[in-house]
Design a protein around this ligand. Structure first.
Ligand SMILES: [Zn+2]
Length: 395
């Protein structure tokens, strides 16, 4: 993702915070219950028993977390998929200084799935593609802090010994030292696009083979690969997500946002990080929360070639955020139209002013917290649009 776009979202969201704040559609009281299951249950037991308890960390249980996605950590790799070692160090420094809990991704996802609370300020660090710089630059810095991380591997790249990627020995060393090794397919294809002339069953069989064969290779080379699948290019569609779930995997995408109790764990959002040294943008991301938007339409983001200005219809329940300040952005277009169809029901339609170009476009929507300044609730939706002749864009 272009870091300028991320900055645009952060800046726009912050700008929206200064708009008037009529509170008229916070009609329903916001229940703290989903935020504090663990403590609430404990307190209920204590109240029933007539015992006063004071948890050691009363505000420390929340229902959300943030997953960060890196590719390269280096200075001579493409800026769009790289952070410099200095920027990476600054990110880690920020997390340490602000008392973030860095958790293994498998643990984080299991917690969320079980509906159990997490410590406040929990993040997981992930690296896609198993680039060599993860071993040389990221790993030493993470090992020094004793922080866990997950590497998503496209196994053909390692099997073929491609330059710029880790070797199996290095991946084994990471795995032996606390890293989780996850599945990024065998050959890194665009899974959401059937090939021309492919039957649906042949296409889905290819998707299944990509995931299963990669997992077999990971299991053969590293002791205990986790059952988490990172979609190549962050691209998924409804049938692909179903396949991932059928195979017993969690899925993670590259659409930005925090994860929360309503997140779809077959395509959980992650914040892709690259290029920018802007620590304000980084802080906005790690402090963000999941906007619990339910997609009413469409079923997924794979578009027809003539779909110019696709509308995204969401239902967003009332919550501790200011929906009247909901702002949405499209990659390359800046702010786009937000049209409330039924405010009381939280139904909103989001659409761009300009036709989408072929390729990937994200609609990012943010609503400022009504409780904490500078905290945004965030939702992102990914579109994939083919070329006008129906062929697919290069990557
Ligand atoms: Zn990748």
């Amino acid at each position: 993702m272009n870091p300028d776009r991320i900055r645009a979202v952060g800046a726009g969201g912050a700008g929206a915070a200064s708009s008037p704040r009529p509170n008229r559609f916070r009609l329903m009281p916001v229940s703290p219950a989903p935020l504090l299951w663990g403590l609430t249950a404990l307190a209920a037991v204590a109240v029933a028993a007539g015992v006063a308890i004071l948890p050691a960390t009363p505000a420390a249980a929340v229902d959300h977390a943030v997953i960060l996605e890196y590719h390269h950590v280096g200075t001579d790799t493409p800026p769009s998929t790289s952070v410099t070692p200095e920027t990476f160090e600054a990110h880690l420094g920020y997390l340490a200084e602000h008392d973030y809990h860095v958790w293994p991704l498998p643990r984080l996802l299991k917690r969320l799935e079980a509906g159990r609370s997490l410590p406040e300020r929990t993040v997981a660090l992930t690296f896609d593609d198993a680039y060599a710089s993860v071993y040389t630059e990221a790993y030493p810095r993470l090992a020094e802090r004793g922080w866990p991380f997950t590497v998503f591997v496209s196994t053909d790249y390692i099997d073929k010994g491609y330059a710029g990627f880790m070797e199996w020995d290095q991946l084994r060393e990471l795995a032996d030292n606390g890293a989780a090794i996850g599945n990024h397919s065998r050959s890194h294809p665009h899974l959401a696009r059937p090939r021309r002339g492919d039957s649906r069953s042949a296409w889905l069989e290819r998707v299944r083979a990509e995931i299963r064969q990669a997992q077999d290779r990971l299991a053969a080379e590293t002791e205990d690969p986790v059952r988490i699948f990172a979609y190549p290019f962050g691209e998924f569609s409804a049938p692909v997500r179903e396949m991932v779930a059928d195979l017993g995997f969690y899925g993670v995408g590259q659409q930005s946002g925090a994860v929360g109790p309503t997140s779809d764990l077959t395509a959980a959002p992650r914040f892709p990080l690259s290029g920018t040294t802007d620590m304000v943008a980084f802080a906005t991301k790690v402090r963000s929360r999941a906007l619990p938007a339910e997609v009413l339409a469409p079923g997924d983001g794979v578009l027809e070639p003539d779909a110019d200005k696709p509308a995204l219809r969401l239902r967003i329940p009332a919550g501790p955020y200011r929906l009247e300040a909901l702002a949405c952005y499209a990659s390359g277009q800046g702010r786009i139209e937000v049209e409330w169809r039924d405010r009381d029901a939280g139904k909103v339609m989001v659409r761009p002013q300009k036709a989408l170009a072929p390729g990937r476009t994200k609609y990012n929507c943010t609503a400022p917290s009504s409780e904490t300044n500078g905290v945004f609730y965030w939702y992102s939706f990914l579109w994939m649009k083919p070329n006008p002749d129906g062929s697919w864009y290069a990557d």
